[in-house]
Design a protein around this ligand. Structure first.
Ligand SMILES: [Zn+2]
Length: 583
């Protein structure tokens, strides 16, 4: 029996499970290049050929050819069936199971679909309003902030009108009910009358990583309270999960670092300036859910909050959360109370790129020092004690020594005394251990390399998954093999490779596809396009050769009255082939 798991639910699950974390519960992983490597848990080996790709959420063993996504991995390791594996993973990340869905749950699932549509329509409406008289003040605001029209379109920015029932009327005309509008957080109800939540605001649609509109942020134009307003939590929007800019993260591959900024405008102006990987939290302090989400795209986070006291305190908290999730946190500080947006506008991109981030330790030490008066003996003692707690976190002896020397100079205590203090602080630290050991390694399975596609098709699929090709450049019909056609059409439908793979029926097919998507490639937009073009011409050639073979076969058996038409077709195909070959 095939149980139906709704696409949204599966997207949600894959969004929450980190394959690197999952696999490292079974085998220790080491990062090398873009991938993580381990000794394969499925066959016996001495050098690691088992690779895990966090971005694609896939694993593949170059030794035994086994591959797949998080679902296949737990199926193999825990000996589970497909639905059991989904249940197992859902349990790990506290996601309610669609198989156990009651009637109410199913209603909820169709409500979610409806809310996504409604938000999409509302975003379109706000965006169109921006270019009318109603949106003039907001448009002026964006332009004053240096945002150009291309960026406005790319982020789908918009304007809400001053009126109390503008969006509500427009959406009801499109067939949405008051109840649905309330559930989407677009209108609010008070004592039997309803009104637009966002009025007279610059509108920022908040998208998930798949580009669906979850909700909105609105900044007041002119006077009014509050200055910033976000959609309250709804059936599809939860401020603890996700970040502003999530959809862009997915398109930016191999980020060296993610820039965590305070505001939506920071994300937008950094992106306009060509600085990749900027995200902001959704009007709340950073949560560990958001940290785990970012970890999928990069393990190094540069915090670029505002220079004021509130921003600095938020930075301290963010460092703790990031550290707790095993991420490397660094801090960019801006001179003269500037924020990333104003810094870019005043000093330019080059100056931004030259900013040197502080390590989390440096930042924390500076903070402690700024709050202590180290001109007194008491102050120096307090500072040394607190600094020791921070330094106890450092694992590298060389790194530790650098800070230690500095601390000696600042406090006047000897290295020995400081070191002793650090040891005391260290023994009080709770250290988390992860159980890495996992007993028996499974017997090697024979390496299977089924021929599912021409290598040009494989290459083309892999380019397609890189999202570097212009929209509409490829269609599923460009592929020859039925399996490739299916995969291509799902990729074009914006499905995640790991999800596509988990839905393939045959294990061999899954292994084949996992290998395909695990390959590292070094394309940029230009080279992806030219590589795709040459793959296409190889495929066209293959298609013609196949056609010529078929025509020749048919010609052998053809009746007289058929021959002429077959010969004409054969000539045409041969001519086309010669033409392609001569290119
Ligand atoms: Zn293996």
């Amino acid at each position: 029996m095939k149980i139906h798991f709704p696409r949204n639910w599966i997207d949600d699950l894959f969004n929450r499970v980190d394959i690197v974390e999952l696999v490292s519960e079974y085998v220790p992983l080491n990062k090398r290049g873009a991938n993580y490597w381990a000794l394969c848990p499925f066959h016996n080996e001495k050098t690691p050929s088992f690779s895990v790709n966090r971005e694609q959420s896939l694993y593949y063993c170059f030794g035994c050819g086994k591959g797949g996504g998080v679902v296949q991995f737990v199926m193999e390791m825990e000996k589970l069936t497909f639905p059991e594996a989904l249940e197992y993973l859902a349990g790990k990340c506290q996601l309610a199971l669609p198989a156990n869905m009651s009637y109410e749950d199913e209603q909820a699932s169709s409500l979610r679909e409806r809310l996504y549509e409604l938000n999409q329509e509302a975003a379109k409406y706000y965006h169109n309003l921006l270019w009318t008289d109603t949106g003039a003040a907001v448009l002026k605001y964006f332009r004053n902030r240096g945002i150009d029209d291309g960026t406005i379109r790319r982020f789908g920015l918009g304007a809400s009108s001053d009126s109390w029932d503008n969006i509500s009327d427009a959406m009801q005309e499109k067939g949405y009910t008051t109840e649905e509008l309330v559930k989407a957080g677009i209108i609010a109800q008070k004592e039997n009358h309803s009104y637009d939540v966002f009025r007279g605001r610059a509108m920022f649609p908040i998208l998930n990583m798949y580009g669906k509109v979850l909700g909105f942020g609105g900044r007041i134009i002119g006077d009014g309270q509050p200055k910033y307003l976000n959609t309250s939590d709804t059936a599809i929007f939860n401020k603890r999960y996700g970040v502003y800019g999530a959809n862009l993260l997915r398109k930016q591959r191999r980020l060296e670092r993610i820039l965590l900024v305070e505001g939506y405008m920071d994300v937008i102006s950094l992106s306009q300036a060509g600085i990749q990987g900027a995200v902001a939290t959704l009007g709340t302090a950073l949560t560990s859910e958001q940290a785990r989400f970012m970890k999928r795209f990069s393990e190094e986070i540069h915090i670029a909050y505002d220079g004021d006291e509130a921003g600095q305190r938020a930075t301290e908290r963010a460092i703790e959360i990031l550290r707790g999730e095993g991420l490397t946190a660094k801090v960019l500080s801006f001179p003269d109370e500037l924020d990333p947006d104003s810094f870019i506008r005043e000093r330019g991109v080059e100056a931004f790129n030259e900013l040197k981030p502080l390590t989390d330790i440096e930042f924390t030490l500076n903070r402690i020092k700024s709050k202590t008066d180290i001109s007194t003996q008491d102050g120096r003692l307090t500072y040394a004690n607190k600094a020791a707690e921070v330094l106890a976190l450092i694992k590298s002896p060389l790194e530790l020594e650098t800070y230690l020397k500095k601390l000696c100079l600042e406090t006047g205590f000897s290295t020995e005394a400081l070191m002793a203090q650090i040891k005391i602080a260290g023994s009080q630290l709770k250290v988390k251990y992860r159980s890495l050991a996992r007993g028996e390694y499974r017997r090697s399975t024979a390496q299977v390399k089924p021929k599912y596609a021409l290598s040009a098709e494989e290459e083309l699929l892999s380019i397609l998954s890189s999202k570097l090709l212009p929209e509409g450049f490829l269609s599923a019909e460009d592929f020859i093999s039925p399996l490739c056609k299916t995969i291509a059409s799902e990729l074009l439908d914006d499905k995640y490779p790991a999800i596509i793979i988990s839905q393939l029926d045959e294990e061999d097919e899954r292994n084949w596809a996992a290998r395909l998507f695990s390959k590292e490639h070094k394309y940029n937009e230009e080279s992806a396009l030219s590589a795709a073009e040459s793959c296409l011409s190889v495929l066209q050639r293959a298609r013609l050769e196949k056609k010529i073979d078929e025509l020749n076969e048919r010609l052998k058996l053809a009746e007289d009255y058929d021959r002429q038409s077959l010969i004409t077709q054969l000539q045409e195909a041969t001519m086309q082939l010669t033409e392609i070959k001569s290119k």
